[in-house]
Design a protein around this ligand. Structure first.
Ligand SMILES: N[C@@H](CCC(=O)N[C@@H](CS)C(=O)NCC(=O)O)C(=O)O
Length: 213
């Protein structure tokens, strides 16, 4: 746990540099120019909430601020945005009010969660179960949908936005599938093209995936 004085001076983000949900929040923090200290979770097999910044769900990311503790990437990003000044124009998930946008956000978050289950299942030695096979097929289906629809998604987002949770999470999903070698990326030319363009942001190059030592 961070020292009390540190809590008051700047937020503490608990996560891992190899985690896609954590990276969403780090990209937001960089875009919003919020300074924070980073607390690495060393053992993702721990069953102790204290090892996850106090999260009873045993998950990262977690943000501790002087206002309290925020669990989960979306909550963390919203609080970072509330603390930012000036506040850029961010498109949040509840504003995605057409099927293509709302479904894209659903599939990005579900694909991220499915990937976590596949990676954690592999770590736990359970990668051959029938359910793992179903999860992998589900992931392939969602990625095919995202590849087919990414052009329509980007065209439908408000053009005046500075940032959207959807684009940040989509970027983190695609690059993480590549980073963890969960899926070969060759079939996803349009998603790769989106990532290449999104990577022009400094917030992306400042937050690369890597395994914490
Ligand atoms: N709903 C959470 C999910 C976070 C999550 O699944 N994080 C992964 C790391 S990327 C994790 O903590 N995995 C640990 C586990 O599955 O045991 C969010 O949106 O932040």
């Amino acid at each position: 746990m961070p020292a009390a004085s540190e809590e008051l001076t700047r937020p503490v983000l608990t996560g891992r540099s190899s985690s896609h949900f954590t990276r969403i929040t780090r990209i937001f923090a960089a875009e919003l120019r919020i300074d924070y200290s980073f607390q690495v979770v060393r053992d993702l097999m721990s069953s102790e909430p204290a090892d996850y910044g106090g999260n009873p769900a045993l998950r990262i990311p977690v943000l501790r601020t002087s206002r309290g503790v925020w669990f989960g990437a979306l909550n963390v990003c919203r609080e970072l945005w509330r603390q930012s000044n000036p506040r850029p124009l961010v498109v949040w998930p509840e504003e995605l009010d057409t099927p293509v946008l709302a479904n894209a956000q659903e599939f990005v978050l579900q694909a991220m969660a499915t990937e976590v289950s596949l990676v954690m299942g592999k770590l736990g030695g359970g990668e051959d179960s029938a359910h793992q096979g179903k999860m992998r097929q589900s992931l392939l289906n969602m990625m095919a949908w995202l590849e087919e629809n990414v052009g329509a998604v980007l065209a439908a987002l408000p053009p005046q936005r500075d940032l959207s949770f959807l684009e940040v999470s989509l970027y983190c999903l695609v690059k993480h599938l590549e980073f963890r070698s969960v899926l070969p990326m060759e079939p996803y030319a349009k998603l790769k093209d989106f990532c290449q363009r999104f990577a022009a942001r400094a917030s992306v190059s400042e937050t690369p995936f890597r395994f914490d030592t």
